[in-house]
Design a protein. Structure first.
Length: 606
């Protein structure tokens, strides 16, 4: 193997550690601490919990995401929106499609809601490590929350500058972080080597026999060891499949050995509260502050990858017409996925800081955490069953069914957390979910209300008006959705107001099911002085419409587009009308020269 390949092999793994594994990598900071506030740290319980942690990470992350979900990509992209696109291709029509659409909306909404809780619990749990520094033991919880909120504010504040420059240091920091988890785990195991036998699944069975229904509810805390597992699939488009899977095997080993080390430490010190930090403090007081700084950096990197993931999901949602248009800024000239959405950024920041102040402690936040993650895992598994049942790999269906049942068991175990704050998962997820439902149904209802004109009917009137010869010199550009139907605003402009240029171009932009690729079709002789210009672009493509027009020799004088003024008594459509008013329209979203734009208003009753 030559050096270049070697470099890209390790380079890919290091990048994956920085971009994908921050969330699951910060789980050891709080998982066992939370579990052992509910469960007595007897030897039998410790072995049982460690066995559950191993098999949870193996089945729900390695099998569900690394092996099964990651075999289902489209042009290297992953995530629930991509699964929906695959199902649309396989099933064409019917109830299954509507069900798949509903599931993907729900899954995306749960992930977006999760994007609030993850940065809050990660940063807060790391900051709580300050309490173990001599002299800071009596620091009030309010002060810790303020420190965590300031870190979160700083992180969101710098999003608009782009993370491209910072991403280079994320990988190396996470390498040091995972190595320190690995080493500290091994040092602790060395003192109690028998702990390694906890991998045996029999310990998990014994745990349930001993604890009964209480053991079942403990699953809602054990699942914290796998939060962030869905990022393997969702972030596949950024790095590709191989580097993520290679990095996962290293991450899995580092995490599990650290969990074993924490288990060994709690057997020796059953009174311990903050297990990971206490273990490091005990092993090497000199290294404690550097380790604390490292964990705070790791939680910032974890939060960063969640924020980037949220931007990515919202952008997919915008271009596949599931969500309203938001103003999008592109923060990198060479990495297409590096985007910044101001409205989403500040909304997310307010929610994260609110959640920190509302829950106060990371242990309280853990009560709200897990429901969204297990819900999302269950949805992914159900959608995978639908996909595999239609492909040549039908033998995978029974495997995914078993995983889906396990997901369901974990999901139902989180219902016990509902009174303790898990309802926040539902509240946070309901905001994007309701927005998607109102937006998708509103778009359909609006299109029906607009009653567009058939192309051949329009052409009769157009040719008569053009033939009069009173046409305006230059080129007029008119935006339309599809090339075979004419929206009311063009009927108003051309037929009623006789606004016809010497050269009239109807331009249509269609987003395809694929993430990337751009195809341009220019049809110059549709009618006298009338041309069609169609751009088909993937849903992750950043379009530059102006340069595409210039390449085809089009220098427009004016750009017309339609604006709908919605009249309605229906409260749901009123919300839809408000969303349309508050968010940029199609033309503003695509950044066309403001001096040439002419918006034509159409009154619509819905």
């Amino acid at each position: 193997m030559n050096y270049k390949n070697e470099d890209s092999f390790w380079g890919g793994i290091i990048k994956a550690l920085g971009l994908v594994f921050g969330d699951i990598g910060t789980s050891p900071i709080y998982t066992l601490t939370v579990v052992f506030t509910l469960t007595k740290p007897t030897a039998q319980n410790v072995y049982g919990i460690l066995s559950l942690v191993f098999w949870t990470m193996t089945i729900l992350v390695t099998a569900e995401y690394a092996w099964l979900a990651m075999s289902l990509g489209r042009k290297g992209q992953g995530g629930e929106i991509v699964l929906r696109e695959i199902i649309i291709k396989l099933f064409k029509k019917g109830r299954v499609l509507a069900f798949a659409g509903f599931l993907s909306f729900l899954g995306v909404s749960l992930l977006l809601g999760d994007g609030v809780i993850t940065p809050a619990i990660s940063i807060l749990s790391a900051v709580e490590g300050l309490l173990l520094i001599p002299g800071l033991e009596t620091t009030r919880q309010e002060i810790l929350v303020v420190i965590a909120a300031l870190i979160a504010f700083t992180l969101f504040f710098f999003q608009s500058r782009g993370t491209d420059k910072m991403a280079g240091i994320f990988g190396p920091v996470m390498v040091v972080y995972f190595l320190s988890l690995l080493v500290s785990g091994l040092v602790s195991i060395y003192a109690t080597p028998a702990i390694v036998t906890a991998i045996n699944p029999w310990h998990a069975v014994e745990f349930f026999r001993e604890n009964g229904i209480a053991g079942y509810f403990v699953l809602s805390e054990v699942i914290l060891c796998s939060t962030g597992g869905e990022a393997l699939y969702a972030d596949m488009g950024h790095l590709g499949k191989k580097p993520i899977i290679r990095a996962w095997y290293f991450v899995f080993a580092a995490l599990y050995l650290n969990y074993l080390g924490q288990g060994a430490f709690i057997l020796r010190n059953p009174q311990t509260k903050n297990i990971l930090f206490a273990m490091i403090q005990n092993q090497s007081p000199m290294m404690y502050i550097p380790f604390l700084v490292l964990t705070i950096l790791a939680t910032i990197i974890a939060s960063q990858s969640i924020i980037s993931g949220v931007f990515s999901i919202v952008y997919q949602g915008i271009t596949t017409r599931l969500m309203p248009l938001f103003k999008v800024d592109y923060t990198s000239s060479h990495i297409q996925s590096q985007i910044y959405i101001g409205a989403v950024n500040w909304g997310l920041m307010c929610a994260v800081i609110f959640v920190m102040f509302f829950f106060q402690k990371s242990v309280n936040l853990a009560a709200a955490y897990g429901m969204a993650v297990t819900g999302s895992m269950t949805i992914t598994a159900i959608m995978m069953i639908m996909v595999f049942s239609k492909t040549t790999k039908k033998w995978k269906v029974p495997i995914v069914v078993v995983i889906a049942l396990m997901d369901l068991i974990y999901f139902t175990s989180t219902f016990s957390k509902f009174p303790h704050g898990a309802y926040w998962s539902i509240i946070l997820a309901s905001i994007p979910f309701i927005t998607i439902l109102i937006w998708t149904n509103g778009q359909r209802a609006l299109y029906r209300s607009l009653r567009p004109l058939e192309m051949d009917v329009f052409m009769l009137s157009y040719e008569q008006i053009y033939a009069k010869g009173k046409n305006i010199p230059g080129t007029g550009l008119f935006f339309i959705k599809e090339l075979d139907v004419i929206p009311p605003y063009i009927v108003h402009c051309v037929i009623r107001s006789n606004i016809i240029y010497e050269r009239n171009i109807f331009i249509s932009i269609i987003r395809t099911d694929d993430p990337f690729g751009t195809y341009i079709h220019h049809k110059p002789d549709v009618g006298t002085g009338l041309e069609f210009f169609e751009i088909k672009a993937g849903y992750m493509v950043v379009l530059d419409i102006e340069s595409a027009l210039k390449q085809h020799g089009i220098q427009e004088k004016v750009i017309f587009y339609g604006i709908e003024d919605i009249e309605t008594g229906n409260p749901i459509w009123r919300v839809f009308a408000l969303l349309k008013k508050l968010t940029p329209n199609f033309v503003q979203f695509n950044k066309l020269p403001a001096a040439k734009l002419q918006g034509v208003v159409t009154r619509v009753e819905m």
